[in-house]
Write a protein of this length. Structure first.
Length: 638
């Protein structure tokens, strides 16, 4: 048999032999086997990733809902405790206690009220009493009471646009009375069964929500009260389930999951209290992504169940498509490999053509990259500002991470295994490195846009203060720092301190291991400017990198073994430019580096907001220390 495909692929004539056929069959079998293994691995990996992602999202959602319902419960208990602490509660005191509460702090809450019980023959007396307490215009409206007992709303703080329902008898509601009777023990919070507000009946069906009551008993605790230790009533907080769930998990859930919140306490019959659906879910896609996850949170004495189902936002590519693509791609590669095995002689021409195409594509890619880089340079200022905001906002949660890790490592160390303690130690070190990076990011972002507060800065006093602080950290071997005569210049005390702290700190830090740091700081006039030189005998900076080190995140060769974020000199460069100065780096003839800073003796009056602060220097900052033993031109030793 003779194959002639030269007109199509340029192979010429090829007559396969037995060994060639065996080779082709072997290549095809190996390719198909590898494709099957890859598809199987992708299928198992996709299923594992889907399950892991859903488990993690379920954990985040349940922890968020649990934390929020605890916060709402604590708020109700706190209000009940504050009301119970009043010897003779008045309406003005209730308004003052509940004034900080609003929909921003308690999303979904309809209002917080004080409810008291009254028998049929006590309604008039209760109304007169609370009118005397400042609830003027209060009119109690008895309804058909359960067991002859009424539960009246005598004081109320609405948290939505609807008016306060003062005087309403909630004793006619079986749900409300059931919850009030269950809430008797001081310091507890009880949640009611889901119910629908009467005023929601006129709303469209899609806007109607089930609600629940959070109830805490009010027990008199004031030593001056005649009824000390007795139950005065209840603090009742109405909560719309849909609004609560949306505000609680909207940020963490986004469009990745559908969340259904149900109340399962009533005879095991689940009642859907609320449902979160960001709009991207469809039932067919959900079925393909796998089963749901459930979690339970406690709302008082009630069990709330969360059913969390993945949507396309959690795993945008269903595994079946990935597996199909793997089979298609694997089959194509197998076919190509078999063809290449049979056409070795013609591969060179095809390779040359492909190289030419790839070269053209590479040139187009380079052109596109240059355009993107130009655009990125235009957006640099915006990104710097954004980095500052992110660094500022991340400091608080990072401080909490560090605090909790320190607590676990120091206070609970005996309860952990050695591997757990090692993990906590790594966590603490990582948090410290991240804190340093965030501080440098924030300094870098603010160095270019914060208002300059110009005042006379005594550089001699400033340098002595920094040397005293820095040399404390370097005790072995002892560093030697010589500070010459330095001038007083106009500038922002805080920013100039940052400049010299970075330069002196670098001079002390980047010293060869085992050698004592040697630093000289001198100044001399240069026209209307001052030229300040900071010389060290450290590891030095390669000549080709002396300009690039002033860019963000740039670090010179040889500095990899030293701590740092690569932002210090970028911050210095920005601050010096804002002071109409210059900075450069050169080789020190004695080994090391010379940083030269040129600053005007007097700043132009229009560069920033001027601050009348005579005699202010950066050394006046809180916590600074200046060694009295550091005369001009002397050596400061730690």
């Amino acid at each position: 048999m003779k194959w002639r495909v030269g007109g199509l692929l340029g192979w010429g004539s090829w007559r396969p032999g037995r060994r060639s056929m065996v080779l082709l069959v072997t290549v095809a079998l190996l390719g198909l086997s590898g494709t099957w293994l890859a598809a199987s691995a992708l299928r198992r990996g996709g299923e594992g990733r889907a399950a892991q992602a859903l488990r993690e999202q379920t954990s985040v959602v349940s922890q968020t809902v649990d934390a929020e319902i605890r916060r709402y419960g604590n708020t109700v208990r706190d209000v009940a405790a504050s009301v119970g602490a009043q010897a003779d509660l008045r309406a003005s005191e209730f308004r003052a206690i509940t004034a900080p509460l609003d929909r921003n702090r308690l999303p979904g809450a309809t209002g917080v009220s004080l409810v008291v019980m009254a028998a049929d023959g006590q309604v008039a007396a209760v109304q007169r009493y609370w009118r005397r307490q400042g609830a003027g215009g209060l009119t109690l409206k008895p309804a058909t009471a359960v067991g002859g007992q009424h539960a009246f709303t005598v004081l109320s703080q609405p948290l939505e646009d609807s008016p306060a329902a003062l005087g309403r008898d909630i004793g006619a509601s079986a749900v409300a009375m059931e919850t009030l009777r269950a809430a008797q023990r001081p310091g507890t919070m009880t949640a009611s069964r889901p119910y629908r507000l009467l005023r929601d009946a006129d709303l469209p069906a899609e806007r109607q929500q089930l609600s629940t009551l959070l109830v805490a008993p009010v027990v008199s605790t004031s030593p001056l009260a005649a009824d000390r230790g007795r139950l005065r009533g209840w603090i009742v907080l109405g909560l719309r389930g849909g609004d609560f769930l949306r505000e609680s998990i909207g940020v963490v859930a986004r469009d990745t999951v559908v969340v259904t919140l149900t109340d399962n306490t009533q005879e095991g019959v689940p009642t859907v209290l609320a449902r979160w659906n960001a709009g991207r879910a469809d039932s067919d896609r959900i079925d393909r992504l796998g089963d749901s996850r459930t979690a339970t949170v406690m709302a008082g004495q009630r069990n709330w169940h969360l059913q969390v189902t993945a949507t396309g936002g959690l795993l945008p590519d269903p595994p079946v498509h990935v597996v199909s693509a793997a089979w298609i791609i694997g089959g194509l590669f197998t076919l190509m490999l078999a063809m290449l095995t049979a056409t070795v002689a013609t591969s060179r021409d095809r390779a040359v053509r492909r190289v030419a195409q790839a070269t053209a594509a590479l040139r187009e890619d380079i052109a596109r990259r240059e355009a993107v880089e130009a655009q990125l340079r235009r957006r640099e200022d915006e990104l710097v500002g954004f980095a500052g905001v992110v660094a500022h906002d991340l400091r608080q949660p990072l401080a909490q991470i560090s605090g909790y890790s320190d607590f676990l490592l120091e206070e609970a160390a005996a309860d952990w295994s050695s591997s757990h303690r090692e993990y906590l130690t790594r966590l603490r070190r990582s948090a410290a490195r991240m804190q340093c990076l965030l501080t440098d990011l924030l300094d870098y972002a603010t160095a270019d846009n914060r208002d300059l507060k110009i005042a006379p800065v005594d550089l001699m006093f400033l340098a002595a203060d920094i040397v005293a602080e820095r040399t404390i950290e370097h005790s072995d071997p002892t560093p030697v720092v010589v500070v010459g005569d330095l001038p007083t210049v106009d500038g922002d005390p805080t920013l100039l301190r940052q400049v010299f702290d970075n330069l002196i700190g670098n001079a002390l830090r980047y010293t060869r291991h085992g050698h004592a740091a040697q630093v000289e700081i001198n100044a001399e006039p240069e026209g209307d400017d001052w030229r300040i030189e900071i010389r060290d005998h450290g590891i030095g900076i390669p000549a080709e990198q002396r300009n690039s080190i002033f860019t963000a995140f740039a670090r010179a060769d040889g500095s990899q073994g030293y701590p740092g974020t690569g932002l210090g000199l970028a911050i210095v460069h920005r601050v010096i430019e804002r002071h109409h100065g210059r900075i450069s780096a050169d080789a020190n003839p004695g080994g090391g580096t010379v940083f030269t800073v040129t600053l005007p003796a007097e700043q132009p009056r229009d560069i920033a907001m001027m601050v009348a602060h005579p005699g202010a220097t950066s050394s006046a900052l809180p916590g600074s220390f200046v060694s009295p033993d550091l005369p001009t031109g002397s050596a400061a030793r730690s």
